[in-house]
Design a protein around this ligand. Sequence first.
Ligand code: TYM
Length: 332
Amino acid sequence: MSEAKKTIFSGVQPSGKLTLGNYLGAIRNFPILQEEYNCIYCVVDMHAITVRQDPAMLRKQTLEVLAQYIACGLDPEKSTLFIQSHVPAHAELAWVLNCYTMFGEASRMTQFKDKSSKHADNVNVGLFDYPVLMAADILLYQTDMVPVGVDQLQHIELARNIAQRFNGVYSDTFVMPEPYIPKAGAKIMSLADPTRKMSKSDENQNSFVLLMDKPEDIMRKFKRAVTDSDSRIIMSDEKPGVSNLITIYSLATGKSVDEVEKEFAGKGYGEFKPAVGEAVVELLRPIREKTEDLLRNKDYLESVYREGAGKAAYAARKTLDKVYRKVGFVKR
Ligand code: TYM
């Protein structure tokens, strides 16, 4: 008998436009996994409201992320694609898991600390509880692997701790999820300050590249990218800006880091930076064009997210029923 397929779950927030970091760190790997695994990918709109969103923009961006999933190679026939708020089991399990998460461990989440200093006027309970909702997302589907960038590692560790605690009290209930972090691209850095992560919430528009950026904007951002005064094009801890550009170029072209260093040996940034820009333009062009096409076909997108929510809700209900029974709720 063949072994049951392993389950993959991941999510992306529609809290802004997707960046090259989101793509290289996470979404790029989603379609690769769908050939072999049972893949479930979610647009996590409930996470997005932990910081203030404009309602019309949130609706638009939610559909845009779904369109980008498909444009990046996800096939709704192979992967389950859905919108988090369409499957109420996420919120329901998050409540139960809240009661198995310690205040102290949630307080240690570095993303909460970062975000609460960035949004000091709106340090709401949802922002604090965000990692528990994320644990619910993952544990609901009995997920084996979670493809993410390195910034989400701490949240996955928390999900594992919660699962272990619950399993310890009530016997095996949840599969222990493992992070799936790519060797290259797990942390794409800002083009303006290569000691910081590339982030869609950065105030400096030149610090990130968006999947929907026009070619001329991509070229401008790479030409301006911060490097250093030593002009060698090599991978080195002392050269975070150049190393980041080498990583991006290598992932965009499929060339190894060695090949990239050889290609640009003896050449300067004047040649290197536009080459990275052009490689990224070509990488993103088909994604942008396909996304624009899909966004013109709202009926199709609706059929995808409806069907996805149906499949996801069925799987989620099975776990939630088990959890409710174990904690002692009366069967409905
Ligand atoms: P989000 O929406 O911030 O980012 C989506 C994915 O992109 C990765 N990422 C990066 N990777 C490399 N370099 C970067 N500069 C970079 N910036 C972002 C993130 O690691 C992520 O994989 N909490 C999650 C969303 C989420 C989720 C989940 C993920 C909610 N529930 C369950 C996995 C499983 C988040 O805010 O990702």
